[in-house]
Design a binder for this molecule. Structure first.
Ligand code: NDP
Length: 333
């Protein structure tokens, strides 16, 4: 069984020393267990946080243990009454080619509903993150302006489409012209800003948001967010979903302080994790599935191939190489 473990905790951007490739026996499948062959592995920005030994909403990864994460696999041996060989399941199998799971660790996927990979994004964690962060905290109303950073990524691309469904004017900020064109041409965003090439993000925001910003869905933090904060309207809402621009910083960056802005604008800024909404996942997944089926939502995937490329694919998130959800295909059905 090929596995990838955490060899050392990274300072700054992870590199080759962070990860180690190891080979282990798969082990024996016991009564009530299933053996899963991994098909797709999800790489996610929050995993960077788990590489550090700090208290958070999820446990840090342990040194020299398999890196944990969401995956999809096929059951190749079953000693469970609930599952049979050939069933497709999702769960936290981590960065390894095979995984022996107990029944409660996996959720079965119905491949007839949508491509199985959608369970790792639009019908899974990142779709639910978009859904609850935007609707429960952002609460966009028809005619309002919603700005999204990290807009062409897995979460951001869904946030913008849901905001359009709710009748908002949607402006996305992303890191390339190809991404901005994707937002406008394929997802019907009203405007897009390439933060890497703009000389003046504040001026671009003013131009793209003539009526100001009512909802700012923040995926990136840092200077991009500082700029958006200057354009808020009264009673603006700011779901703080992620701060990827700061995850690899060696020294914490504080940036402009926002209290006065929040006071002057009576704005609401609220951090959240998707886990806060676990009691409502069924509701969210049902609505996302319905919109997908009705053609009101679409998605893009960036798929890298090969188990050996998982660490590099993970780093691609920080290089902005992905449009939509970044996945690694590691096995064939
Ligand atoms: P994405 O698919 O958006 O991939 C990450 C993207 O971030 C890259 O494509 C890149 O796009 C952008 N990025 C990378 N570095 C920077 C930088 N320095 N400045 C600005 N943008 C950068 O990932 P996800 O959709 O999975 O996650 C998006 C955000 O949501 C992350 O911050 C993540 O931590 C957070 N998240 C939070 C959850 C929660 O429960 N609160 C759950 C899931 C995700 P570009 O080319 O535009 O720079």
């Amino acid at each position: 069984n090929n596995q990838i473990t955490l060899a050392e905790r990274p300072q700054g951007m992870p590199d080759d020393n962070t990860f180690e490739f190891v080979k282990k026996d798969v082990g024996d499948v016991k009564e009530g267990q299933i053996l899963i062959k991994t098909l797709y592995v999800s790489v996610d920005p929050y995993m960077r946080g788990r590489m550090e030994n700090v208290e958070s909403y999820v446990e840090p990864f342990k040194l020299n243990e398999v890196i944990d994460g969401g995956s999809i696999g096929e059951i190749i041996e079953s000693k469970s009454d609930q599952f049979k060989t050939g069933d497709i399941v999702t769960g936290m199998f981590g960065w390894q080619e095979y995984y022996i799971a107990g029944e409660s660790e996996v959720r079965q996927i119905d491949p007839s509903i949508a491509p199985i990979t959608t369970n790792l994004h639009i019908l899974g964690m990142t779709g639910l993150t978009a859904y609850f962060g935007l609707l429960d905290i952002g609460k966009p109303k028809a005619g309002e302006t919603v700005v999204i950073s990290g807009a062409a990524g897995s979460v951001g691309s869904i946030v913008g489409q849901i905001a359009k469904i709710k009748g908002a004017r949607v402006v996305g900020i992303a890191g390339s012209d190809e991404k901005v064109n994707f937002l406008k041409d394929e997802l019907n965003f009203d405007a897009g800003i390439n933060y890497r090439t703009t000389g003046n993000i504040k001026a671009d925001l003013k131009h793209a948001c003539p009526d100001g910003v009512d909802v700012y869905y923040d995926n990136v933090g840092g200077e991009i967010s500082d700029a958006v904060m200057t354009q808020l309207n009264r009673y603006a809402r700011i779901p703080v979903c992620g701060a990827i621009s700061t995850y690899n910083l060696e020294e914490k960056d504080i940036g402009p302080r926002v209290q006065q802005t929040l006071i002057k604008k009576s704005a609401l800024m609220q951090g959240f994790t998707v886990g806060n909404y676990s009691g409502r996942f069924k509701e969210g997944a049902k609505q996302l599935g319905q919109w997908l089926q009705e053609g009101k939502l679409t998605y893009r995937e960036t798929i890298r191939e090969g188990f050996e490329n998982i660490p590099d694919a993970f780093l691609d998130l920080f290089r902005g190489k992905n449009i939509g959800k970044l996945l690694v295909k590691v096995g064939e059905r």
